[in-house]
Design a protein around this ligand. Structure first.
Ligand SMILES: *Cc1c(COP(=O)(O)O)cnc(C)c1O
Length: 409
């Protein structure tokens, strides 16, 4: 199972000692043929599971036709994808790039052009504590996590930060900072520990943005494409943003990001303002079109809502007696299990002992992001393995504590 780390890779990741070779649906096999259950979907990316036949077919067919030309020319699949995404989201136009961070960079550039129109020379964007928006210079500065900032100061300027899900704080910021031109917010803070803001909050934020001529920019990179039980997270609140960003689940593993806009925000870019060599190429766009088609044909968002309820209820029941579990919360197939102490060690433990892929975010929240095509049996199996994992962990902690007590005596 262990694969020795390469001397020639930059050590940016603390990798688990497993390499996977093959996947199908929610199942993965490592290089020794050992089978695992995937409860993270590559961090909300392979929403339709591994080796989905329609995705494989789209990749192979397009590889045999045309991979890349340039955005100097029309790209039929890009236009088709923009049409499909706008229909599902209520947005008006799209810019395609290659990642979530790039999609957010696009949104932030739109906010600068919006500021110019308003005659604001030193514009600011309202962002949230505990947020995550990416690792590029502007998006890392927008991110509300000191660990992401550390070492990269001076940070890109122009952000005002307030607590998430706190409308009074946003309203106060509107009074104190007349140069605010936009707000960037996640429907559920995924990296921030699976924290959700209320429907009332989003409705009030929409009203606040309109009143103050801000662009309401919703980062749907993790929550979009069915993950929360709707196509997009903001749809739970019945609001319409001015800008949304997408990436992760959009290509089911083929890199693609998108920034969608409507109203004035849809008219800000002109030729020469922004661009991407690879963004929106025929391969990525055809795959993303296939993702949308499969989601529509199979009612994937509703399925995610149903499976999410099963997973959440199953976990709440199974973990009710676990003293180290502080909270179990979820929104569709984004579920967080908050522990009373740091628990990053559980990732490797889950792999080795339970053959289960999980993530831990913000050190003490186990995050589950299973593929949206899971079976009910697979959801039940995730619950069983997580429950066993945490039970064993609690017992080991008890033993360790009593050993410590003995040693002290
Ligand atoms: C993952 C993520 C990003 C960054 O996406 P990349 O593709 O890694 O650049 C941005 N915002 C949110 C909410 C994310 O979850």
């Amino acid at each position: 199972m262990p694969s020795s780390p390469s001397q020639h890779l930059m050590p940016t990741y603390a990798r688990a000692p497993v390499s996977f070779q093959k996947g199908a649906g929610a199942t993965l096999w490592d290089s020794d043929g050992v089978e695992y259950l995937d409860a993270i979907a590559g961090v909300a990316v392979t929403n339709l599971g591994h080796s989905h036949p329609a995705i494989t077919e789209a990749i192979c067919a397009q590889a045999g036709e045309l991979l890349h030309t340039s955005n100097m020319f029309g790209i039929a699949w890009q236009q088709k994808l923009a049409d499909k995404l706008c229909r599902q989201s209520g947005m008006e136009n799209a810019f395609f790039c290659n990642s979530g961070a790039e999609a957010n960079e696009t949104a932030l550039k739109l906010s600068r052009l919006h500021a110019q129109h308003r005659g604001i020379a030193q514009p600011q964007v309202l962002v949230m504590e505990n947020s995550f928006h990416g690792r590029t210079f502007a998006t890392l500065a927008a991110t509300g996590n000191p660990a992401v900032h550390r070492g990269f100061e001076p940070l890109f300027p122009g952000f005002v930060r307030v607590p998430y899900n706190d409308i009074a704080a946003a309203q106060a910021a509107a009074k104190d900072h007349p140069n605010l031109v936009a707000v960037l917010v996640e429907p559920v803070q995924g990296e921030g520990g699976v924290r959700r803001a209320s429907t009332e909050y989003f409705q009030a934020l929409r009203a606040l943005a309109t009143e103050n001529h801000w662009l309401l920019m919703v980062d749907e990179v993790q929550t979009g494409m069915g993950r929360t039980g709707e196509w997009f997270g903001y749809q739970h609140a019945g609001i319409q943003p001015d800008v949304i960003t997408l990436a992760k689940g959009l290509g089911n593993g083929v890199p693609i990001g998108a920034c969608l806009a409507r109203g004035q925000a849809a008219e800000l870019f002109a030729p020469g303002n922004h661009g991407s060599t690879f963004g929106g190429n025929p391969l990525a766009c055809r795959v993303a079109c296939t993702v949308v088609d499969v989601m529509l044909a199979q009612g994937i968002p509703a399925r995610a809502a149903h499976l999410g309820r099963l997973l959440l209820q199953g976990l709440q029941q199974a973990l009710a007696q676990q003293p180290q579990v502080v909270d179990v919360r979820g929104h569709g197939l984004m579920v967080g299990i908050e522990m009373d102490a740091p628990c990053t060690h559980l990732v490797a433990r889950a792999l080795q002992k339970e053959r289960l892929l999980i993530t831990v975010t913000r050190e003490r929240t186990i995050r589950l992001l299973p593929p949206l095509i899971c079976s009910e049996d697979e959801i039940a199996e995730i619950v069983r393995r997580v429950a066993r994992l945490l039970k064993t962990d609690a017992l080991e902690r008890e033993v360790a504590d009593s050993n410590k007590a003995c040693a002290a005596r």
